[in-house]
Each structure stands twice: as C-alpha cells, then as structure tokens.
Design a protein around this ligand. Structure first.
Ligand code: FES
Length: 591
C-alpha cells in the first residue's frame, strides 16, 4: 500500500493535486522510523539528496512495508487551506420555492379516522397536496412526537418535509469547485445566510484537473460511483457542520441549490462523461435539473431536492452561470469582462445593447493553487501571499503572520512580477544569466526568497526557472481565452469598461502584479472589481429565489459558448499569452 493511501485510511488527508502521479510534490512527508520502499525516479526529481537523507518522501510514491512513524508538515495537510467563502456582492430578497405552513390539527380518534396525510393536509390553508412514501414515513412519527402541531414544508403541491412548530425551512447552497467546495446554510423565508463552511474537493486525490478525473472514470469501472460518493459524503459532512453551527436539525433542510463546472456536475450526477472528455467536448445535458438530496447522499428533509443550475456548453458550467447572475453580467450597461480564475478558468464578455454574452473555459491548471511549483503550496498558514523585492532584501507577508513555508498563488504572481520588474527574468520568462541575485540550484537558476534558517519548514524557499515556466503556461491559457473572446466578439482593449475578477485566488490577487506579468492585459479604460466567490453568491440567490432560477436559465440560454481550441490561431495566441510584457511596456518601479 502506498503511504498516501495508508494516511487516508488513518484519517490523515494529504494534499495530492496530481492524483498520486508523483509530479506535484504536494504530498511530501517525513519518515521518522520504519520501513518503506526506496525512492523512485519521480521522487529523486522533486526531492534533493539531502531531503531524501532526512527521510523526506512523496507519500504517493513510497510503499509501506511495516509500521511507520511519520511527520506530516502542515503544508501537506488537505484541511489546512484558506477558503474563500464570502463576497462583496449585493443581497436580494427571498422568493423561495419552499413554503412553510404552521399546522395544528386534532389527533386521530375513533370518530375521525382520516389518514395522517389527509389530516395534515386539512390543516393547510389551501389546495390539495401529495406526499411521497419517504415523506410519509417521516411525517407520521413526527406528527405524533409533536402532538399534531407542526411546521409543514411544501414545494408547489408536494409536501417535502415536516418539522416541529415554528421551525424555519433551511436551504443548502453549494459551489462545487474542481479544487474547493463552499457551502452555505440559509433561512429560506428571510434569505439570511446562517452559516458558511468550506472543504477541499476530495476528488483531488484522483486528478488535479477535470480531464484527469474524467480519464480516471473512463479507466475504472467503479470510478464514477466512487467519485460521486466521495463528494456526496463531503457535502453531507459540510451540512452537518453548518447545522451544528446554528443548532438546527437535518429535517429543517428543505431545499438546495448546487453549482459547479460541467465536469464536476457530470461526476456528481454520474452522467456519461466519455463525450465530455474528448473533442468536441459535448455535455450530456446542459439543462437545469432537480435531483433528490437523498440521491446525492444528503440527509435532509425526506422530500428535499437540490436544484442544479444550467450549464452553457463544453466545460462552461453552472458555476459560471451563477457568477453571471451574481455580477449582473446578463444585464450590464457597459462592456464588461468577468473572470473566475481557478483550476478551470471561466471568462465571460458582455456587451450592452448588442445582447452579446459570450463565455469560454480555459484549462489554466492548478499552478495558482501552488501545484507544480517547487515551493508552492495552497493558501494556508505560513504561505507567502505577498512579495516585494528591494535592492538587497526580500519583503514577505505570510498567511497568519507565521514563518514562511512556501508560496501560494498570489505570492507566486507577486514574485514573478518582481522578478520581471527587476529584470531578473526577460519577457520570454528566462532568468537573466550571471545576475548576482540569482544562484544556481539543482534545476537551474533560482532566486532565494527565504533561507532555511528563517523558514517554517527548515528548508530554503526558492523560485526556480521551472516555476516561472509553470506560471507562463497557466497565464498563457487565460490570456489566450481572453484574446479569443475579444476577437470573437470584435471587442478592443479600450472598449472594456469593467473587469470583474471572481473566485478565491482572484480575491487575494494583486491586480498590479497580474498586469505586470501580463496575466491580465492592460485595459486602459477599465475599472477592476474583485468580488469574491460570485459563483457561491449565484447559488445562494438561486436557492432563495424562484426568479433567480429563471434568470439563470435565461442567461445560460442567451450566452454563446466559444470553444477555444477550435478557434483559428488558438495555439499562436496561447504561445503569445505565455510571454511577459516587453521591457518598454513594463510599469515604472513602484516605491
Ligand atoms: S506528488 Fe504525490 S500526490 Fe502529487
């Protein structure tokens, strides 16, 4: 058994963004005692000789041969990440799908032998209602426990749940990301958000990006069920955590809304994926759906359903539609670009008047999550999140202000912007030969950011040539996506009036650094707005408002899907997107 699997069995979840292929370096642990297999070639590429002598190993490569004592660095723990759960977008008023009725009826008697359902329906103010067997099972016992004084939750003409009197109906909103899951519990009557929680997507262990996971499902007969169940279990744990925070019960959860990219939704719903994994990347369905919460493994009100927002096409999914409604991109009065940067980056471009709303999805990969970066890590305690280079010093800020352990996405972008600003790398991303600030590392030239004696891990923290190239690949994908969208909609840089940056990484991104490395082009007339997790906001809106569900449906139908890889010159645009701005386009040195 691999150490990674052993740790999982022991309840220790290690980060494994490459899915255990031995190339992300995120599952690093230290063997203190016991017998493991010798280092593999993959480990020798990632770990130095000294690290191997110290017992450092990649948990996905080391095979367990007996009892072991290991040290797990904080940076390798899956649960240690900062999650972006909030946003700064407007609130809307509730117009829920679920209604709560307060019912008080007489108990059964020899002179009144109506069924339990008939009795409860007689206490509702209007109409005829039906209840499914799962609801009836719950209803009969709850009615007696509560002596026929109840809160009855209905959806249209269906009873979906029963709770003690004066229990407000609750709803679960979920943004199911490729890497992270954000969940909220809301009061469906008032629309108030009661609690928030987040977790990493447990499917990460089976592939860092959507294509790896889709391939996993193709290769393993029970892969689809396994990946769906593990997300269901995580969602149910998140729900338990949310309910615990507010002291409410599962039977109060009467509705849900979930968003995610097309691949995440296909995997969750166990839809066919073969056609999504290869060109022309077609979804099995883009339509909105309602699924039984119980079918996803959620313990809720027995009749509760989870509404899945519609997708647009290809990998542009319901999370993008949720972002569109939350940022009002379907109703803009100025030319607007919306970007949600993640392992999969979605971009929308909206033009008022013309009715244009176009969307694309780029495979930007997890480099901005710290994966494939030698000293990269997730945005967790000890991650370097901001960097400034001075003449002879490096100024760093870490999450929680503790000694630095590695670089998270915003820190990596900052570092590369500083490297470029100090001309330590050229516009092609090559380190400048012979510069005295650089040193020769195991993999070529590198910049030392933190010496081992000052770091939280006891190891040097460096940025290498390979790290720079990884970021170039990620930014190349995003820039190519943006360039194609602008060409496809005949939009020039100076026409863009607003740039909305959504998502966790985008929230902490230094816009100036993003411009300095050309991750974003310079839009001369644009205002930049960092909005937080807009997809999660869209999910919450669609949870509490029937009108927002309809609006999402219309936005998805209106949006035009642009497939990037088939666009003429895409490869050239990708290559150009990898370049950094030329020296004469670089901003003036910041004070
Ligand atoms: S290197 Fe072990 S999971 Fe990636």
């Amino acid at each position: 058994m691999m150490l990674l699997d052993g740790a999982r069995l022991a309840g220790v979840e290690l980060t494994s963004v490459c899915g255990g292929k031995g190339n992300c370096g995120q599952c690093r642990i230290q063997v203190l005692s016991g017998d493991v297999s010798p280092p593999t070639p993959a480990e020798k590429l990632i770990l130095t000789e000294m690290e191997l002598i110290n017992g450092e190993r990649l948990a996905c490569c080391a095979r367990v041969r007996g009892s072991l004592k290991i040290n797990v660095p904080k940076a390798s723990l899956l649960t240690n990440s900062r999650l972006q759960l909030g946003s700064n977008l407007r609130a809307i008023s509730a117009q829920p799908v679920i209604r709560a009725h307060q019912v008080e009826v007489a108990p059964p008697a020899l002179t009144d032998r109506r069924s339990d359902v008939e009795r409860i329906v007689s206490g509702l103010a209007y109409g005829s209602f039906r209840a499914e067997p799962a609801v009836v099972r719950h209803l009969s016992s709850m009615a007696r426990t509560c002596e026929w004084r109840l809160s009855v939750y209905t959806r249209d003409s269906t009873i979906v749940g029963i709770a003690p009197p004066k229990s407000p109906p609750l709803g679960l909103a979920v943004d199911l990301g490729t890497t992270k899951i954000a969940a909220s519990l809301l009061n469906l009557e008032t629309g108030e958000e009661l609690a928030v929680a987040g977790a990493l997507n447990p499917q990460i262990g089976y592939g860092e990006d959507v294509i790896s996971r889709l391939n996993y499902v193709q290769r393993h007969g029970d892969g689809a069920r396994k990946l769906a169940e593990m997300v269901g279990e995580t969602l149910d744990k998140l729900l338990a955590h949310l309910l615990q925070q507010v002291g409410s019960e599962r039977h109060q959860v009467a509705d849900g809304c979930l968003v995610g990219n097309s691949a995440m939704l296909h995997l969750l719903l166990q839809l066919p994926t073969i056609q999504l994994a290869s060109a022309p990347f077609v979804a099995a369905s883009n339509a909105p759906m309602n699924v039984k919460a119980a079918d996803l493994g959620l313990d809720t009100s027995p009749g509760a359903e989870i509404h899945i927002l519609p997708c647009i096409g290809g990998f542009v999914g319901a999370d993008h539609v949720a972002m569109i409604i939350a940022t009002d991109m379907d109703e803009v009065d100025q030319v607007t670009v919306g970007i949600d940067i993640g392992t999969n980056t979605e971009i929308a471009l909206a033009k008022p008047g013309s009715g244009h709303l176009s969307s694309a999805s780029c495979a930007s990969g997890p480099a901005f999550e710290g994966a494939h970066i030698g000293d990269g890590m997730r945005a967790a305690s000890g991650a370097i999140e901001a960097v400034r280079l001075h003449e002879s010093a490096v100024q760093l800020t870490t999450i929680d202000g503790v000694p630095p352990v590695g670089l998270c996405g915003s820190g990596i972008v900052d570092t590369i912007a500083e490297l470029r600003r100090w001309r330590l790398v050229n516009d092609r991303g090559r380190f400048q030969k012979g510069n005295e600030r650089l040193r020769q590392g195991r993999l070529g030239p590198e910049l030392l950011l933190v010496p081992a004696v000052e770091s939280g891990s006891g190891r040097d923290v460096v940025i290498t040539q390979k790290d720079v190239n990884e970021i170039q690949l990620a930014k190349g994908a995003i820039r190519a996506g943006l360039d194609v969208l602008m060409k496809a909609t005949e939009t020039s840089l100076d026409e863009i009036e607003e740039v909305i940056i959504a998502g966790a990484f985008g929230s902490f991104l230094n816009i100036e650094s993003a411009l300095d490395i050309g991750l974003l082009p310079c839009f001369p007339n644009a205002v930049y707005r960092q909005v937080g997790n807009a997809a999660a906001v869209g999910a919450k809106w669609a949870l509490i408002s029937r009108a927002e569900r309809e609006r999402a449906r219309q936005a998805a139908a209106k949006a035009k899907y642009i497939e990037l890889t088939s666009y003429p010159n895409f490869s050239r645009l990708f290559a150009l997107g990898m370049l950094f701005p030329a020296d004469d386009q670089l901003r003036i040195v910041r004070p």
